[in-house]
Design a protein around this ligand. Structure first.
Ligand SMILES: [Zn+2]
Ligand SMILES: [Zn+2]
Length: 241
């Protein structure tokens, strides 16, 4: 799915240009989108986009990247979208170099946000959970404008694997305990640095937030999807309306 956003009024920072937003699908407990320059939105005709969670080897949790593969060549042709774009617009990536996201948002793949640096360069660490800067970023503004994902409404978060016996009874439930979650508030890109770090919505026990700020901000939307977690013994009852 692609959406072109255009801001009609003169409210910065969205004014004056179009932006491509590609839905990457679900990752780390939420629906992720990538930002692209408008000219790159045509890539969706040739490439399939998806979200990839990559666990940081240094123990700093995980990062979510946009990944794309040529529809005709299959998954093995896949590469990171930021590298794909760099190669298209700025030439190759020489050995010993890598492409980074200047603002730390790893799905913000506007060329303006990408830079080629030596692999020895330490990536800047972005520790600004709730500053105004972040909320004024293009990524934040764009993602905030997106309507809630209808897929999420239909199939609320469920990372629970259920094991059934021959009678169809649940014998074991296992949630995905090795999954790092990103804050459920759509524009927030804070990611758990340790498993189970974030607090969980007490009602549905599914949505996870980096803090009360994001939970409160997300509540007007989340309350439409938040369902009180049902115990297995109640599952015989018809769904509540
Ligand atoms: Zn957050
Ligand atoms: Zn909830």
């Amino acid at each position: 799915m692609k959406i072109l956003l255009e801001s009609g009024d003169n409210s910065p920072p969205m004014s004056g240009f179009k932006l491509g937003i590609v839905r990457l699908g679900r990752a780390a407990g939420k629906t992720k989108y990538a930002l692209l320059d408008e000219r790159d939105i045509q890539l969706v005709q040739q490439y399939a986009f998806e979200a990839r969670v990559e666990v940081d080897r240094d123990g700093n949790g995980a990062k979510i990247y946009a990944y794309a593969y040529d529809i005709n060549r299959g998954r093995s042709s896949g590469q990171h979208v930021h590298e794909l774009l760099w190669e298209r617009h700025s030439g190759g990536i020489a050995p010993g170099f890598k492409v980074i996201h200047k603002n730390g948002v790893t799905v913000d793949n506007r060329m303006e946000n990408l830079a080629l640096v030596s692999c020895n360069t330490k990536e800047p660490i972005f520790e600004e959970p709730h500053t105004k800067n972040r909320e004024q970023s293009l990524y934040w503004v764009a993602i905030q404008q997106l309507p809630a994902d209808p897929v999420e409404e239909q199939y609320p978060e469920s990372f629970i694997t259920k094991f059934y016996n021959a009678n169809g009874e649940i014998v074991e439930e296992e949630d995905d305990s090795t999954c790092y979650y990103e804050c459920h508030y759509p524009p927030c890109t804070n990611m758990e640095k340790e498993l189970r770090e974030f607090s969980i919505c007490g009602r549905c026990q599914e949505a996870r937030y980096c803090g009360t700020y994001c939970q409160q901000k997300d509540w007007p939307v989340h309350k439409k999807f938040c369902r009180e977690r049902k115990r297995p013994c109640l599952s015989e009852r018809p769904p509540e309306r």
